[in-house]
Design a protein. Structure first.
Length: 289
């Protein structure tokens, strides 16, 4: 997508570019088929889970029906929407490994009307090894999600912090990728490896896969370091970098403890507004694509 796709104001944003004025998304009159989006970065602690939950909740506010998929054995997304890991009897592990288990067998409601979740538990770690011997092992998640597409507008997959078989399954099942990226120098070092993996999946397994954008997270505009990292990211990836950035705040940690998205826990906070802005920008990019 180019700058010409969006009208601009004169104000410069945290990425050093003019901020686009993005209109409110148009309401939907029916649901489905879903766009499947993987939130992916092999580096941990960059805000993938927070972004999956909060972006999903913001999209719901704009009338979209959303399914979250926890594909990380740590199960942080499941906990982040208020589920107790000890009470999860069937999970994404069963979805991937049991032929007779469907997404409807494991789907759970969240505290947000219009947003559901496929939860994970630590057993999912074993799927990485067990899938190796499966025929079509990279396609398992895609096949299992086929029946879910008509029920949702957006499916967001929270990937584990690695580029293993679970992440490849997520990329193969997805239409696009959002890459949360901490505004720190070391976070930039692994981007080339990630984009190489995305390109390999595109060429060999999923030719429709595109990168929706790189999302700067944990941004602190008071520090020269954060601003320089963002400038480097824009220099390397241009308009693929979202204009929206997610600023560092303790509200996100508090929301996680409460098991709620930031849009519910602190609805009037800057963090909640950032994810609403991201939702608008994501929807605008999808429309322009």
């Amino acid at each position: 997508m180019t700058d010409e796709a969006l009208p601009f104001e004169t104000t410069l944003g945290p990425t050093g570019r003019p901020l686009p004025s993005i209109p409110e998304p148009e309401p939907v009159t029916s649901h489905g088929p879903a766009r499947v989006v993987a939130l992916c970065n092999q580096k941990g602690g960059v805000g993938k889970t927070t972004t999956t939950i909060s972006l999903g909740a913001a999209l719901v506010e704009y009338g979209r029906k959303v399914l979250l998929i926890d594909l990380d054995p740590q199960g942080s997304l499941s906990v982040g929407v208020g589920l107790d890991p000890n009470e999860i009897e069937v999970s994404t592990y069963d979805l991937l490994m049991a032929a007779d288990v469907t997404w409807k067998d494991i789907v759970r409601p969240t505290g947000i009307e219009g947003m559901d979740v496929l939860p994970a538990v630590i057993d999912l770690a074993g799927a990485e090894i067990q899938l190796v011997s499966e025929v079509g092992r990279e396609q398992v998640l895609k096949d299992k999600l086929a029946d879910a597409l008509p029920f949702y507008d957006v499916i967001l997959i929270d990937c584990q912090p690695s580029l293993g078989l679970l992440t490849v399954n997520a990329l193969t099942a997805s239409d696009s990728v959002i890459v949360p990226l901490e505004s720190e120098y070391f976070a930039l070092r692994g981007v080339a490896l990630l984009t190489d993996t995305i390109e390999r999946v595109r060429k060999r397994l999923n030719p429709r896969l595109v990168v929706d954008g790189f999302l700067g997270t944990m941004f602190d505009g008071r520090t020269l370091h954060s601003r320089e990292v963002m400038a480097t990211l824009v220099q390397a990836w241009g308009e693929t970098v979202f204009h929206t950035v997610i600023r560092r705040t303790v509200k996100f940690a508090d929301a996680t403890v409460a098991g709620e998205p930031i849009t519910e826990f602190a609805s009037d906070s800057a963090g909640a507004d950032s994810y609403r802005q991201l939702a608008r920008e994501v929807l605008a990019r999808w429309r322009a694509a």
